[in-house]
Design a protein around this ligand. Structure first.
Ligand code: IPM
Ligand code: MN
Length: 352
């Protein structure tokens, strides 16, 4: 059965890292006959500045109805200071396609990449589920008396029972299916009393359905401290959209930096979006400098989602071998450019 994948490289270093991800995907598609069909979409800051359009009319519906996955690079360009096109495309897909699970694994692939003294691959291995369709990202609020000394800005944090319950349930289901021992829910319910009340009640109720899985709550400020002090205490973390955004950058750093981290924006059973966590890094664009591993591990995550677990595992193994051989970009201490680092991984992939 054919799987249709929309490839959306985006801005900055997006096209370079997606190119390396595509090498790996093209190779596996041909050699293992995966039946993947790729369609490229050039929506980015250039097209937005030229046409004033982020995504052409009907494009979102096309993605929703005719594709199985989206493989996305990065968005952000200094010429679009309000990030309008990024919001329309990236946040647009998260919201309009209802991609409520933001799946961000934190897994150290090589002892040498650990930024923490005495913590290695055994300790740094957990996953974060970030709610992806509500919270502070809904863009509700307003400004009153703008530009005056009495100006007031209100930014709402929206939490629905349905939205909170489905991400918490997904975290427990993941723990159950993947042999994880515990689920930690992090929020700030000592201050955000209303949203926090809904989150903790829902968490306790859902936890009752999974008696074999431990569950505990942590304030998100304490969570950041413990992720650094004692990462081994975590298996699965679930949190809201904004806190999830923040703690997953910290999670990426625990894996060796932003260049390493992959993410999935998922709605089970529907088209889902896969992107490296890093941004568009405009100052490195076109310089063959960016680490392609985030994009390549994102390709692996997408393959697993599409039902190709063995191929996904092979990619991770090839990446691990390339790191072990120091065939990496400079952020990991290697001497290679983006393309050569991608080629090195492809070479290892052919042998695993
Ligand atoms: C992320 C990014 C986005 C977010 C930005 C680019 C809107 O930081 O995917 O983590 O805040 O969600
Ligand atoms: Mn972020």
């Amino acid at each position: 059965m054919t799987k249709r994948i929309a490839v959306v490289p985006g801005d900055g270093i997006g096209p370079e890292v997606i190119r390396e991800g595509m090498k790996v995907l093209d190779y596996l598609n041909e050699s293992a006959k995966l039946g993947l069909e790729f369609t490229h979409f050039g929506w980015n800051a250039d097209t937005y500045l030229a046409t004033g359009i982020s995504m052409p009319p009907g494009a979102m519906e096309d993605i929703r109805d005719n594709f199985d996955a989206v493989f996305l690079g990065a968005y952000g360009d200094p010429r679009v200071p309000d990030m309008k096109h990024a919001a329309d495309i990236l946040l647009g897909m998260r919201f309009q396609l209802d991609l409520y699970v933001n799946y961000r694994p934190v897994k150290l692939l090589d002892e040498r990449l650990s930024p923490l003294k005495g913590k290695g691959m055994k300790e740094i291995d957990f996953v974060i589920f970030r709610e992806n369709t509500e919270g502070a990202y809904v863009g509700m609020g307003g400004i009153f008396k703008k530009g005056t000394a009495d100006e007031i800005a209100v930014q709402e944090d929206v939490n629905s029972r349905r939205g909170v319950e489905r991400i918490i349930r997904y975290a427990f289901e993941y723990a159950k299916a993947n042999g994880r021992k515990s689920v930690c829910m992090a929020d700030k319910n000592n201050v955000m009393r209303f949203g926090g009340d809904l989150w903790i009640r829902t968490f306790e109720e859902v936890a009752k359905e999974y008696p074999a899985i431990e569950h505990f709550h942590m304030f998100v400020d304490a969570l950041t401290m413990q992720m650094v002090r004692m990462p081994e205490m975590f298996d699965v973390i679930v949190t809201n959209n904004m806190f999830g955004d923040i703690v997953t950058d910290l999670g990426a750093a625990l894996q060796g930096g932003l260049g390493m981290a992959a993410s999935g924006n998922i709605h089970p059973g529907r088209v889902s979006l896969f992107e490296p966590i890093h941004g568009s890094a405009p100052k490195y664009a076109g310089k063959d400098h960016a680490n392609p591993i985030g994009a390549i591990l994102t390709a692996a995550m997408m393959l697993e989602f599409l039902g190709f677990k063995p191929e996904s595992d092979r990619i991770e193994k090839a990446v691990t071998q390339a790191i072990a051989a120091s065939e990496t970009t400079s952020d990991l201490g290697g001497k290679l450019g983006t393309a050569a680092a991608g080629e090195a991984i492809l070479r290892h992939l052919k042998g695993v």
